[in-house]
Structure formats: structure tokens, C-alpha cells
Ligand binder design. Structure first.
Ligand code: MN
Length: 330
């Protein structure tokens, strides 16, 4: 048994007839992959299942076979009463579930399955394993505990989540267990090459151009050992297809520069909304900075959004917080 809670989750599922699953706001491939995989397994148990999300599924998850079943909803106006159970996946906090500016939390029974150590544990059952690379990896272990068969499509959904969240096993969150599961999912029929080409070899040309804006603005704070770049709305909005560029830039540059322990990529995606992606090398914990700025994440990767603050002021706030937690050069 991988998790003591696996049978308890199954017990709740058995009691329910109509089950709701979520993808978090700006759903990434781990969010979409894990929701699609759970849906497939639940359909196999003769449950009625729907997946809801406050946003549309983005391009990097659309290649997944059943991605079009994810329904965009407005949480404030959605009728949750026909459902017996809400399984919330890959979502550390309510704002990730509901989307920005939404407050109304569904009052039906909730189960939380996640890998963020900042998880607020708002379910009747909270299966949170921060040691695992991705929610998809946790689901593989839960399905193993349940003894259910994982078909090729489900394997591909899960491997997509693992490949995205670990940057294809590159991140330190990927360990021997992750690699073993990676192999098993390939054996079950997941096409690794297809996943990689859809996630990492699928750049919109606007993203390439937006990347030059980010690298052009890149600076290094040698004393505080970090790199950063901030791009205002006026610049980034010239490239409407560049959504998601900040996490890609963070993956490439934020934790790979000599003399820097961590890095931050700030993009003003909407006027007065500064989105920040953090990445850190091993040995530095970025989550403290992300948390203090109202965001969250893991030790090596995190994100935050500063809302309703002008660009210059928001940038200053991020830099001041970073300097507070930075390890100064001695
Ligand atoms: Mn995830």
C-alpha cells in the first residue's frame, strides 16, 4: 500500500454517484492530465464524472485525447447540488480552484489530492504528498493501491503530468520512484515522444519573440545572488500568443545562471497584474519568497501574482522580498 488514505478515498467514491473533478486556473498539463486520468478510472467504476475549470485548457494540454471534456465554468454561478463528491486535484489553495476574484466555495463533500506542501487541506480527506513530483505521480500510486487497470490513454494522461511538472525528470523532485513510474507508464502505452513534442517542441512564434523581451531585461543582483527580469504589459502585449512564456523563461534561466541561487521572471500579463515565476537551485528555498508575496509552490519552483499594483511598485516589492530571503555573497 502506497497510501493509508487510498482505501478511504475509494470508500467515498463508492458512496458517490455523480462526481466532479477540477482543473485549476490556468490549467497546466499536470492539472489536466491528472483530472483526465481520474475521470477515466471513475468512468470505469460506472460513475458519472465531469471536469470543471475556471479557464480554458491551453494549447500544451489540448493534444490529450479527452481534453475537450473539460468544461469552463463560473464558480459563482455553477450549480453543485447534483454532485455527491468533488475531488480537487493539484490545487494548493481555493483561489487556484475558483479562479481570480471568485469567493463562493462549493459546499459539497470535497477530497483533496495534491503534491504542493503549501496545500491548505480543505477536504474531508487530504491526500497530500509533497515528496512526489506531480499530482499525476500520486494518482499512479493511488490507482496501484486500488488495483485498477490503467489503459494506454490514462497512462498518457499521467505521463504528461509527470513530464511537465518535472521538465522530463530534470527537476530534483523527480527521484527513482518517479523514474520507475515513468517507465511503467511507457510500458502501458504512453507515448513519451508525442508528449515531449507537444509540450516542449510546440512554441508559438510570439513566445520566441516574447522571450527576447525577457532576456533583454534580465539583470543579475550579484550581492544577493539572484537573476531577474520584469516585462511590463506594454511590451508583453505586443505578443498575444506568448501566454505561459514566463514559466518557460524561468525554467531556462532562473535557476541556471552562475553566481545566482535563484531567479525570478516577472511579466505583467494584465495591466497592474504582475505574474512572477520563481526557480531556485538545490539548497535554496524559493517558497518563502513566493509565500510572502501571496503565492506558493515548492522549494525549487513557485509562482505568485501581485494584483492591483502598478508595474514599477509591484516589481520593487518582489525585489525587496527576494533580498530579504537571499543569501548574500560573503
Ligand atoms: Mn502539479
Amino acid at each position: 500500500m502506497n497510501y493509508d488514505l487510498s482505501p478511504k478515498v475509494l470508500e467515498e467514491i463508492k458512496k458517490a454517484k455523480r462526481i466532479l473533478l477540477n482543473c485549476h486556473r490556468s490549467p497546466d498539463p499536470d492539472s489536466v492530465g491528472s483530472a483526465l486520468a481520474m475521470r477515466k478510472i471513475l468512468l470505469g467504476m460506472d460513475k458519472e464524472v465531469e471536469i470543471v475549470c475556471p479557464d480554458n485548457v491551453s494549447g500544451d494540454s489540448k493534444f490529450l485525447k479527452s481534453s475537450d471534456v473539460v468544461k469552463k465554468i463560473d464558480y459563482d454561478n455553477f450549480d453543485f447540488s447534483p454532485y455527491d463528491l468533488f475531488i480537487i486535484l493539484d490545487s494548493a489553495e481555493w483561489s487556484q480552484v475558483l479562479g481570480f476574484g471568485k469567493e463562493k466555495k462549493p459546499s459539497i463533500k470535497k477530497i483533496n489530492i495534491d503534491h504542493h506542501f503549501t496545500n491548505e487541506k480543505f477536504g474531508v480527506i487530504n491526500l497530500v504528498d509533497e515528496e512526489r513530483s506531480s499530482t499525476s505521480e500520486i494518482l499512479y500510486k493511488i490507482f496501484d493501491d486500488w488495483g485498477v487497470l490503467v489503459d494506454g490513454e490514462t497512462a498518457e494522461d499521467l505521463l504528461t503530468g509527470i513530464i511537465y511538472d518535472t521538465s522530463c525528470l530534470e527537476h530534483s523532485s523527480a527521484d527513482v520512484d518517479t523514474a520507475k513510474i515513468f517507465v511503467k507508464l511507457m510500458e502501458l502505452g504512453a507515448d513519451k515522444n508525442k508528449i515531449i513534442s507537444n509540450i516542449f517542441r510546440n512554441l508559438n512564434f510570439d513566445m520566441v519573440k516574447a522571450m527576447t523581451e525577457i532576456t533583454k531585461n534580465m539583470q543579475i543582483d550579484k550581492e544577493n545572488r539572484f537573476v531577474w527580469s520584469a516585462v511590463p504589459f506594454e511590451e508583453i502585449s505586443q505578443y498575444p500568443g506568448s501566454f505561459g512564456i514566463k514559466s518557460m523563461a524561468a525554467g531556462l534561466y532562473a535557476a541556471s545562471v552562475q553566481g545566482a541561487d535563484f531567479g525570478m521572471i516577472m511579466v505583467e500579463e494584465k495591466k497592474n497584474f504582475l505574474n512572477v515565476s520563481f526557480r531556485a537551485k538545490m539548497g535554496f528555498d524559493i517558497s518563502k519568497i513566493a509565500n510572502e508575496l501571496g503565492g506558493g509552490g515548492h522549494k525549487q519552483a513557485g509562482a505568485a501574482v501581485l494584483r492591483g499594483i502598478p508595474f514599477g511598485e509591484a516589481t520593487k516589492k518582489v525585489l525587496a522580498t527576494a533580498r530579504k530571503y537571499a543569501q548574500k555573497t560573503s
